[in-house]
Ligand binder design. Structure first.
Ligand code: ADP
Ligand SMILES: O=P(O)(O)O[C@H]1O[C@H](CO)[C@@H](O[C@H]2O[C@H](CO)[C@@H](O)[C@H](O)[C@H]2O)[C@H](O)[C@H]1O
Length: 480
C-alpha cells in the first residue's frame, strides 16, 4: 500500500523542513533517501517505521518517522498529513492513499506498547523491556504539545514514550544515563520501563551498537515543569505593587511578591548537586590538564566568531566574551570533568510532590553526538540553569512586545532583580548540598554562561527568531 519511493521521497522532502524537530533548517536538503522501512502493521490503517537519511552540506543525518497510511484520512489527522490522495481533484498525485505522521494516531501507536510488552523483534527493530518491568497495553496515547526536539506520547497517566527524531549513533544518551542513574538508586530521574532500538547492522550506527529509537518511562503526571512555575512567579512579581508610601527599595525586593520562587530554586540547586554526585558515581570523573582547558576555551571562542558572523547582533558583546574565555584559558590547575546533564534549563526539570526530577539527558540538540558525549565540569550545568533564570525573567517582556526590552526599562529592572534573587538561591542550594560553590568559581561560571548564551543566540536565530532578544538582552547585562 506504500506509494512508489520517488513519490514518497518527494513528499517527505517537502514536509520535513516544516517540522519543529527537524535540525537542518538552516540549509537545503541535498538528498533524502529511505534508509530502512519496516512494516509494523499491515492493512488500513497501516504503520511503517522509516529511518530517513537526510544529506545536507556533505553530512548525513538520520531521522525517525512513524508513517501512517490510510485510504481515508479522518479530520483529526489532517494536521499531520504528509502527502497523498486528494479526493477533491486530481492534484497530480501519483497514489491514492494518505500518508501522515502516525505519532498522532492512537490507533497505531498502541502497537508500540504491545511490542514492548512482548519484547518483539520486527525486521531490524527490537522492543526491549527493563528486567522485571510489566508493561500495560490497555492505554491510548496522546502526543504532548511541548516545544520539543523529539516527539513524546503520553499513554494515559502512566507512561511517557519519547520517540527520538534525529537519531544518534549508538545508544542514546538519555537512555544510557537514565538507566545508569535508576540502577544507581538516584531518585531524581523518572524510572525507565523499556526502549526501542534498531539493530546495528541496519545501517545508521556505524559503531556496532544498536541505535536507540524510543524510551518508555514513568509519566510524572502530577509534576509541574520548572519553566511554568518560574514564569508564574515572574508574572506575579511584575504585577506586584509596593504599598503606597513604602520605601523605594520595596520596588527591588522580589521576595515581597506572592509567587516568590527562591525556595524552589534553592531546592532545585540541591537536587542538581545530588544528580551530579550520582553521575560521578555511575560514570567516573577525570581531569582535563591545562592544555586541554586552553583548547576548550579556544573552541568556545571559535564558536563565538562563527555565531557573530551568522547573527551580527551578537558582535557588540564579543570583546567581553573573549575576555572571559581568555580567563578560563589562563587557569593554571587541571579541571575535573564528568558526565553532566548537558542542556540544563527550567524546561528540563519537573517539580513533583516529592521533589525535583531531572529530564532529558540528551545534551544540546544543535550539537554533534561527539560534543554531547564530552565530559564537562558540573558547573556547566549550573551555568545552563542560571541562563534559564535569565530567560524566565525576560520571557514575558519579549512575549508581550509592548515593553522595549532595553536594559533600564522598569520591567527590565524587575527582571534583573528576579533573576539575581533566583540565581543566588539556586547556587546556594547547589553548594550547600555538596556541589562546587559557584561563588568560588566565578571565572568558570562566567565562561560557561557565555558559552551557553552564544549557543542560545544561534539556536534562537535558527529555530525561534522572535526569541532572539531574550539572550541578547541578558547578555547586555552579563557582559558589562
Ligand atoms: N517523565 C515525565 N513525566 C512528566 N512529564 C515529562 C516527562 N518527561 C518529559 N516530560 C515533559 O515533556 C517535556 C519534553 O520532554 P524532553 O525529554 O525534554 O523532550 P525533548 O528532548 O524533545 O525536548 C518536558 O519539558 C516535560 O514537560
Ligand atoms: O529542551 P531541548 O533539549 O529541546 O533544548 C533546546 O530548546 C530549548 C527551548 O525549548 C532551549 O532552551 C532555551 O530556551 C528555554 C526557554 O524556552 C530557556 O529556559 C533556556 O535557558 C534556553 O537555553 C535549549 O537551549 C535548546 O537546546
Amino acid at each position: 500500500m506504500l506509494p512508489t519511493e520517488t513519490a514518497l521521497v518527494r513528499d517527505l522532502a517537502e514536509w520535513l523542513p516544516r517540522q519543529r524537530w527537524f535540525g537542518g533548517k538552516d540549509g537545503p536538503i541535498d538528498e533524502l533517501t529511505i534508509g530502512t522501512a519496516t512494516e509494523l502493521r499491515s492493512g488500513d490503517p497501516a504503520l511503517h517505521h522509516l529511518v530517513l537519511d537526510v544529506r545536507q552540506d556533505g553530512a548525513t543525518d538520520h531521522y525517525q518517522l512513524l508513517l501512517g497510511v490510510r485510504r481515508y484520512l479522518p479530520d483529526r489527522l489532517r494536521h499531520v498529513e504528509i502527502g497523498g490522495a486528494h479526493p477533491d481533484g486530481p492534484g497530480g498525485r501519483p497514489y491514492d492513499v494518505h500518508l501522515y505522521d502516525a505519532a498522532h494516531d492512537p490507533e497505531l501507536t498502541r502497537i508500540l506498547l504491545d511490542d514492548l510488552a512482548a519484547e518483539a523483534s520486527v525486521g531490524p527493530l527490537r522492543f526491549r523491556r527493563v528486567d522485571g518491568a510489566r508493561i500495560r497495553t490497555d492505554l491510548t496515547s496522546l502526543p504532548i504539545t511541548a516545544e520539543q526536539s523529539n516527539t513524546s506520547l503520553l499513554f494515559g497517566d502512566t507512561y511517557i514514550c519519547k520517540l527520538f527524531r534525529r537519531l544518534s549513533h549508538g545508544v542514546n544518551l538519555d537512555l544510557e544515563v537514565n538507566l545508569a542513574l535508576t540502577q544507581g538508586g538516584c531518585t531524581h530521574v523518572p524510572a525507565v520501563h523499556g526502549w526501542i532500538e534498531l539493530e546495528p547492522e541496519a545501517g545508521t550506527s556505524g559503531n556496532g551498537e544498536p541505535v536507540t529509537l524510543g524510551l518508555l518511562s514513568d509519566y510524572l503526571y502530577t509534576g509541574a515543569d520548572g519553566w511554568s512555575l518560574a514564569i508564574a512567579s515572574v508574572r506575579d512579581w511584575f504585577a506586584h505593587t509596593p504599598p503606597a508610601g513604602g520605601d523605594e527599595w520595596a520596588e527591588l525586593d522580589a521576595s515581597a511578591a506572592g509567587g516568590d520562587f527562591a525556595a524552589e530554586a534553592e531546592r532545585l540547586g540541591a537536587a542538581t548537586a545530588a544528580v551530579h554526585r550520582s553521575l560521578a558515581a555511575a560514570f567516573g570523573v577525570r581531569t582535563l590538564p591545562p592544555a586541554e582547558v586552553r583548547a576548550m576555551a579556544a573552541r568556545m571562542n571559535d564558536e563565538l566568531t562563527a555565531t557573530c558572523r551568522s547573527v551580527p547582533r551578537l558582535a557588540p558583546h564579543a570583546k567581553a566574551l573573549t575576555a572571559a574565555y581568555l580567563d578560563l584559558a589562563a587557569r593554571p590547575e587541571p579541571l575535573p570533568v564528568q558526565r553532566v546533564h548537558g542542556d540544563y534549563h527550567l524546561g528540563q526539570v519537573l517539580r513533583t510532590e516529592s521533589g525535583w526530577t531531572l529530564l532529558d539527558f540528551e545534551g544540546e540538540p544543535a550539537r554533534t553526538q561527539h560534543e554531547r558525549r564530552a565530559l564537562a565540569h558540573p558547573l556547566r550545568d549550573v551555568a545552563g540553569m542560571l541562563r534559564s533564570f535569565e530567560y524566565a525573567a525576560r520571557f514575558l517582556i519579549a512575549k508581550s512586545g509592548t515593553v522595549p526590552p532595553e536594559p533600564g526599562g522598569r520591567l527590565e529592572t524587575r527582571a534583573h532583580v528576579w533573576a539575581a534573587r533566583n540565581r543566588a538561591a539556586f547556587c546556594r542550594g547547589y553548594a550547600a548540598a555538596g556541589g562546587a560553590d559557584p561563588a568560588a568559581h566565578s571565572a568558570l561560571i562566567r565562561a560557561f554562561e557565555f558559552e551557553k548564551a552564544v549557543y542560545e543566540v544561534r539556536y534562537e536565530a535558527q529555530n525561534r527568531p522572535a526569541w532572539l532578544p531574550v539572550p541578547l538582552t541578558s547578555l547586555a547585562h552579563l557582559a558589562t
